[in-house]
Write a protein that binds this ligand. Structure first.
Ligand SMILES: [Zn+2]
Length: 201
């Protein structure tokens, strides 16, 4: 017998969130869905972006520079694609200014672009209020947890307990990631599957 329902099947795409950065050749426009952004220091290490695990960090021990990155969730109003957005702390200053005025980033329509149109060139972000009369924003994910999926860390490996200029600061607990590294079998049942492109040049 055929089975009918009124529910569309979940998209074939993975259940996690994609991580987007500002493209070189065109602006990225989206509406922030998270209340704020999260800051985490990262390295480009082993061919991909990984969170810094200071004070016990292999990348730091090898003199790899750590850079502060800012993460938030956002929705493309044209496609309704809900994703995680990453930019440098320097590029994120307009978000911080916005927070000081409006207290929440949710509903902030932003455009991010690279004026020099080169990969990894500086990003400029412009913010303005979104017209929310015709758009319903989805509920935001837990951004540090969603980043764990992208970084292939169990959720218990991160905690948001600090703040940088009142922005939640995510730290990585190296006792957990060490356990994964040295006893990976212990962590397998809860280890999220890699489901997005976590690498950067
Ligand atoms: Zn580090």
């Amino acid at each position: 017998m055929p089975t009918w329902s009124h529910e569309l099947p979940p998209s074939a795409k993975h259940n996690g969130f994609d991580l987007k950065r500002t493209p070189a050749d065109r602006p990225l426009r989206a509406i922030v869905t998270s209340e704020t952004f999260h800051v985490c220091f990262t390295h480009f290490w082993g061919g991909r972006t990984v969170p810094c695990e200071r004070p016990d960090c292999e990348a730091c021990a090898n003199q790899s520079p750590a850079r502060a990155h800012c993460y938030l969730s956002a929705m493309d109003p044209a496609t309704r694609d809900h994703f995680l957005f990453e930019c440098t702390a320097k590029a994120a200053v307009p978000f911080q200014d916005w927070l000081q005025t409006y207290k929440t980033l949710r509903g902030c329509l932003f455009q991010a672009l690279r004026p020099k149109r080169r990969r990894n060139s500086p990003v400029e972000i412009l913010c303005k209020p979104a017209d929310l009369t015709k758009i319903t924003l989805p509920l935001p994910p837990d951004v540090p947890l969603a980043m764990c999926v992208i970084w292939q860390l169990p959720g218990v490996a991160v905690q948001s307990d600090g703040a940088l200029n009142s922005i939640p600061l995510t730290t990585v607990r190296s006792e957990v990631t060490d356990r994964m590294r040295f006893n990976p079998a212990d962590c397998l049942p809860s280890a999220p599957k890699r489901n997005s492109n976590g690498s950067t040049p």
